[in-house]
Design a protein around this ligand. Structure first.
Ligand SMILES: Cc1ncc(COP(=O)(O)O)c(C=O)c1O
Length: 424
């Protein structure tokens, strides 16, 4: 394994003193990463859920190269360009009808910051000064900037900043899995809690933010579309905006292009990032309804949305996103979703796995661990030694590969996972 010795790179989410040696990656092709030392690693998690169509996807690479020769970057205030305009139009066409205006930013966290600020100022611009609170789901993760941390579950990651985070009200997440007999009861409890909060603080909530269908970093926990529909009814009754964070679930991951499509719900604001550019470039979009936009559109400069980033609407990112959307037109996620449904059978009977769950292209299960055994780091280390990039979340192992993965490659992930769990 390559050593960290001379590296000056500070790794994310890492205690550098205890860190395993970092892997030096030289290239990526399809679902495979090639390391500097010649080893090949199968990317079973799409490099943190971004790589939709595989590494080095030729059409996206070509689109980025062509765009780089035309216009690599331009200030986004007062200027626009064809890729940004076309991408906005195509996103609006693909999303539920109420979503009409696209605000670009850089990554999932900034997409969430934009959504929270839009929701907050939406009410303020209309003179509703009491609508200052946010509702969220327990176990949520929306990113690492301050607003995103505030609406996420408090954890080891947020602890040093606890005093700086704004308060939110959390609704239980009715996580479900195959054979779960309690799901209706869990949903009823969650909805009752939401109703109670809405009644307790009438006219005080600006919005509720949620990861629809799958909570990613919270452990690939899944809920039913039915629950989202019921939440929507309650929020509408109290005129609370719904923000869907589809940073993970967007672009086919749940088996439909967007989770809101699968749930037949219509958020007021949606956050997109990760797969937006097919995993090629950091870019995000926060898309809002005409109603939200209209609260900012007036003669008063103080009611403008004063937010932006140096790289807002970067032309290279837009070009990559357009090429990725072209590839998504063939719905490549459906093939992977079908294979995942077949492969997951192998996890079902496993004695050391529980809560087996599937949502489109995502499969997850919890490893039954004895005592305080730290299953995640063990599985991560041992799978890497065998040429697989897996990164369990706590005791939850999951498989979330790029859509281009071949069937034998997918099968080999399950072989590896089952063997490693047997040997734990
Ligand atoms: C649902 C969700 N929202 C937001 C984020 C933050 O995205 P980023 O890491 O691009 O800032 C993540 C990252 O995992 C996520 O899963």
């Amino acid at each position: 394994m390559s050593e960290r010795v001379a590296s000056r790179v500070w790794s994310p989410f890492t205690q550098m003193k205890a860190a395993l040696p970092v892997q030096q990656v030289r290239a990526g092709r399809g679902a495979v990463l090639e390391l500097e030392d010649g080893r090949q690693i199968l990317d079973c998690i799409s490099s943190w859920w971004v790589t939709l169509h595989g590494h080095g996807q030729p059409e996206i690479a070509a689109a980025v190269a062509v765009q780089a020769k035309e216009l690599e970057q331009v200030i986004a205030a007062g200027f626009t360009h064809r890729p940004a305009e076309e991408l906005a139009r195509r996103l609006v066409d693909a999303l539920p009808a109420p979503l009409k205006w696209v605000f670009y930013s850089d990554d999932g966290s900034t997409a969430v910051e934009v959504a929270l600020k839009l929701a907050y100022q939406f009410w303020r611009n209309q003179g509703e000064r009491n609508r200052t609170r946010f509702l969220r789901l327990e176990g949520a993760y929306h990113g690492d900037t301050f607003g995103a941390m505030s609406v996420g579950e408090r954890s080891l990651f947020t602890r040093p900043f606890a005093d700086l985070l704004f308060p939110t009200d959390a609704v239980p997440f009715p996580a479900t899995w195959e054979g779960d007999g309690e799901v209706e009861a869990k949903e009823a409890r969650a909805l009752a809690r939401l109703e109670e909060l809405l009644a307790r603080r009438p006219g005080q909530y600006a919005a509720m933010i949620l990861e629809p269908l799958v909570q990613g970093a919270g452990g690939m926990r899944m809920c039913r579309p039915h629950f989202l529909a019921a939440v929507q009814v309650l929020l509408r009754q109290c005129d609370v905006l719904a923000i869907y964070d589809e940073v993970l679930t967007g672009f086919g991951r749940t088996g439909a292009l967007f989770a809101c499509e699968k749930a037949a719900t219509q958020p007021d604001i949606i956050c997109l990032a990760k797969g937006l550019t097919g995993g090629f470039l950091p870019m995000a979009a926060t898309v809002c309804s005409q109603r939200v936009f209209s609260a900012f559109y007036c003669d008063d400069p103080a009611k403008a949305f004063y937010h932006g980033h140096s790289y807002t609407a970067n032309p290279l990112g837009c070009a990559a996103a357009l090429a990725s959307l072209d590839l998504l037109a063939g719905e490549p996620f459906r093939r992977l979703a079908a294979w995942q449904r077949e492969e997951v059978v192998r996890l079902r009977g496993h004695q050391r796995l529980e809560r087996v769950r599937v949502c489109g292209t995502i499969v997850a299960a919890d490893v039954v661990a004895e005592g305080e055994a730290r299953v995640g780091p063990l599985l991560r280390e041992r799978s890497l030694a065998r040429g697989f990039l897996l990164r369990p979340l706590g005791n939850s192992a999951y498989v979330l590969p790029p859509y281009c993965i071949e069937r034998p490659q997918l099968a080999s992930i399950y072989d590896c996972l089952c063997e490693l769990i047997d040997a734990l």
